[in-house]
Each structure stands twice: as C-alpha cells, then as structure tokens.
Design a protein around this ligand. Structure first.
Ligand code: SAM
Length: 472
C-alpha cells in the first residue's frame, strides 16, 4: 500500500501507485482543462505532486508544452537566477564487486584497467583540478569493501580538503558512493562532505533486480532506503537521480518525485539535487542494448517537468550530454553542470595510456573548463564556483528557506560574482577574463540590497589584491 511516510521502500515507492499514476496521466493527457489547472498550480511555485507532474509529462499538446517550458524557465530564473554552479567528478577507484549490467565497472569485466588512486595520486589529480579552477568536486567510486572501504574514502576526503596549491582549494566535496550504513553516513558527515549523491538507477523493483543481478547493490530496499539512512546519519543534503534508458521514463519520473515527496514528508526537507543521467557507451556497454532510451526532446521535457514539480531542488547535468543538449536544457531549470570532466580513475594529472583505460563512460562534452565558462557567459549565464552554503551551515531546510524567501539574490548572486572573479584572475584565458570582467560589472547592479552590493564591490577589489575566499 502506498504511504509516503513509510520507511519501507516498497511502500513509499509503490509500484501500484506508480501504475495508477501513469494510467491517470495517460487518460488525462489531452484534458487541457486539467493541464491548465496544473500549470496554474505550478505558477504558485510550491511544486506539484507526482500525479499532477505526470499529467504534464504525458501531455503532447504543442502549445501546452511551450507553456511548460516558459514556466520552467521563469521558475529557474526566480529561484536560481542566471547562475550555474560548476563542479568536476573525481573517480577514486573503479574496483567494484557489483554486477550492474549497464556499467563497465561490473565485476565480470576482466579487461578494463582496474585502478585505485593512492593518496599521492589524489594530490596530483586535485592539484590539476585546482589548476583548472575547480572548487567543488563529486567523488566517485565503485563498491568494494576490501579495496574501497569507508576508511579509504574518508582518508581521501581529508587529503582533498588539505591540498592548497597556489590560490586553489577544494571547498566542497560531494560524495557519490554506494549505499551504506547509518554509521558510515555519520562518518561522511563528520568528514565535512557537501551532498551525498546516490542514483536510484531505476525505481522499478523487478527491473532493478535484473539490472543488478549480483553483489550488494542487488538489494532494492537497501539501496532505495539509503537516503533515509544518510539523513539519520546527519547528512542534510542528498542528491537523487535515475539512469534514464533503463526503464520507461514515465515510470522513473513518477518514482523520482515520490522519493522526493517521501524525503520531504519524513525528514521535512526534499532532495538538494536531482541528476538526470542517460546511459552512455562505455568499455563493454552498448547503450542500444537497452530498450528505453529517450530522445533529446523527451529529455528536455523531463527536465522542464522536474523544474515545475520541485522548484527548490537543484538540477545537475553532467558531461554525458553534448554541448547542444546542455544548451537546450540549461534554461529549463538546470542549476549545476560539470566541466572539463574525466570519468577515468586518474587522467586529470596526465592522460591515461591507450592500453590502460579506466573510464566509466564516454563523455559527450569534451571542452575545457575555460571553454565551458566562456560559453556559459556567452549564452547569458554566470558560472559560479560558490561553495558557501554548507560552509555557512545553510544545509537542508535552512538552504530551502533561503531559496523560498527569495533572499538568494542577496547571497548567491554576490557569491557567484566573487568566485567568478577568483576564477578569472587565477585561471581564465585572456578572452574569458575579458568577457567575465564585463559580466561582473553588469551583474553587480542585480544585487538588490545596496549594503550587500557595496561589500561585494569592496571584496572584488580585495580579490584583485590577492585575498581569496569571501562569502555571504
Ligand atoms: N558505484 C556507486 C553506486 O553504486 O551508486 C556510484 C558511483 S557510479 C561511479 C555513478 C553513476 O554512474 C551510477 O550511479 C550510474 O547511474 C552511472 N553510470 C554507470 N554506468 C553508466 C553508463 N554506461 N552511462 C552513463 N552513466 C552510467
């Protein structure tokens, strides 16, 4: 029986409720009166239920889809302004004991190079990432209690935070590792992580079990209930996601929103971010072997509907997507993107030799971070390297209330400009710097409070003089 307050995976993600939602959405997809009333609800910016949002996702009326996109764009502007937060993944180890059929790190893959970074190698990788200009990382690892125990992850986090090369620093480490225990989540929390990210892959239990035939990840309930354990362990900011292509996207969309509703109901705060990865070609993985791939238009519609359904939740697009797709969906509500990414274990410090490749999947956006930053500014966005929120204790519901109060413009906006300024001085190419300096001058006037604007202006001068790490 469906119960969003339940702590049991099969009750807060009820197959029966998803199927009835999809049937309701299918029956009402041409009910324009209902679609209009849902769009009216979305305009109040309080989000939509999984049922309402599923009707919008099912609707095929061209005019209504345009309205959805326009509203998603407006909501994104209202809550997140024109800022896009930058990050990079850092793969620590690809040793894995699971059998995920879509991932080349599965245990049976005997020809992919298996690597695990030593602490010394982490210093090299992180130094290279700092030299690109990154301040925020998402660490990634396969699941292997012997090769990658929690102590290894904790030690690596400590190493990452300790590296201060020139003016560089990694100020926020997000963590994307396999589902674990409350005790381990508490340790991650104490290590000062930002968001704990775990993709559900698929909410469809039967498919989940087939797609994860062996290893600890096979356990659907343990995986699906991970965010509850993370929150019990003190982690306020959690990131959800499904791997689109594994199951029917409408099923996944309803499941994802039900998961968000469950977290909000039980913990009083929904997910901090939602990621929308699609399956990519990889070592021994052919994406066409999966029947549920989605085209770019459907992908864009999913992004827009997520924006309408959970207006305060950040949305992340990785370099799995090409420049063209990123350009299309970024305006529909994306708040974070990666740039200059490598999905191999090592590879930032020096390229991997041809015969020792360890990538998790092919990236479609191969541009450098400088090129991505330049491009974002050209298409009207402020690349932000801000990491202030969790460092100022603005996590979980405190971040959400900042977002809901509209005060984000007096806080995130100057933080974006100040961290962009650091980037421009320390790392940008002369062309990027020129575009960026002009953008900062223009955007200063968009800080509503005069007092805050004045402080930001003073700090920008201090950054020119060599001082770093200002934040509101
Ligand atoms: N091993 C961890 C776990 O079990 O959740 C998480 C880290 S994994 C390095 C990050 C994510 O990459 C996975 O959750 C999966 O969704 C995604 N992934 C795996 N294979 C992929 C592929 N072929 N194409 C795109 N994304 C993939």
């Amino acid at each position: 029986m469906y119960d969003k307050y339940s702590m049991k995976a099969e009750e807060f993600i009820s197959d029966e409720e998803i199927k009835s939602t999809l049937q309701f959405a299918e029956e009402n997809k041409n009910n324009l009166k209902l679609v209009d009333s849902i769009l009216e609800k979305a305009k109040q910016r309080k989000g939509l239920s999984h049922r309402d949002a599923s009707v919008l996702l099912a609707c095929e009326d061209e005019e209504k889809i345009k309205e959805m996109y326009a509203l998603a764009e407006q909501i994104k502007k209202d809550f997140y302004g024109n800022r896009i937060v930058m990050f990079a993944p850092l793969y620590l180890s690809n040793y894995c004991v699971n059998g995920c059929v879509y991932c080349p790190y599965h245990l049976k893959n005997k020809h992919i190079a298996r690597k695990k970074l030593t602490q010394e190698e982490i210093v090299h990788e992180v130094t290279a990432l700092q030299d690109m200009g990154h301040k925020r990382l998402a660490i990634e690892s396969g699941e292997d209690p012997v090769n990658n125990p929690i102590e290894y992850i904790l030690e690596s986090i400590k190493t990452i935070y300790s590296i201060k090369h020139k003016n560089g620093a990694i100020r926020r480490v997000n963590v994307n590792i396999a589902a674990t225990t409350v005790e381990n989540y508490r340790k991650l929390h104490e290590a000062g992580i930002g968001t704990y990210i775990l993709f559900q892959e698929t909410y469809h239990k039967e498919s989940y079990e087939k797609l994860h035939p062996t290893g600890p990840k096979h356990n659907y309930a343990y995986h699906t209930e991970a965010m509850d354990r993370a929150m019990e362990g003190g982690i306020d900011d959690v990131g959800l996601g499904v791997l689109f292509g594994l199951e029917l996207y409408k099923y996944e969309f309803a499941g994802l929103l039900m998961h968000a509703e469950h977290l909000e109901a039980v913990h009083g705060v929904g997910p901090h971010t939602i990621s929308v990865p699609r399956i990519k070609r990889a070592d021994d993985i052919d994406p066409s072997a999966f029947d549920n791939g989605i085209d770019d238009d459907t992908f864009a519609k999913i992004c827009a509907c997520i924006r309408l359904a959970v207006p305060y939740t950040g949305m992340i697009i990785s370099t799995r997507e090409s420049k063209a797709v990123r350009e299309k969906v970024i305006r529909l509500g994306v708040s974070q993107i990666s740039g200059g990414s490598k999905t191999s274990v090592g590879g930032y410090y020096e390229p991997e030799p041809e015969d020792e490749r360890s990538e998790q999947f092919d990236v479609s956006d191969n541009r450098t971070l400088d090129e991505v930053v330049h491009w974002l500014m050209d298409i009207g966005y402020i690349p932000s390297f801000c990491t202030a929120c969790y460092r100022e204790g603005r996590t979980g519901d405190r971040f959400m209330s900042l977002c809901k109060s509209g005060q984000i413009q007096n806080c995130c906006h100057p933080n974006a400009l100040m961290t962009l300024k650091e980037y421009l001085i320390d790392y940008a190419s002369p062309e990027t710097r020129k575009v960026g300096e002009a953008l900062i001058q223009r955007e200063l006037s968009n800080i509503p409070k005069e007092k805050v604007r004045k402080i930001a202006e003073d700090n920008l001068v201090k950054i020119e003089q060599g001082i770093r790490d200002f934040r509101f």
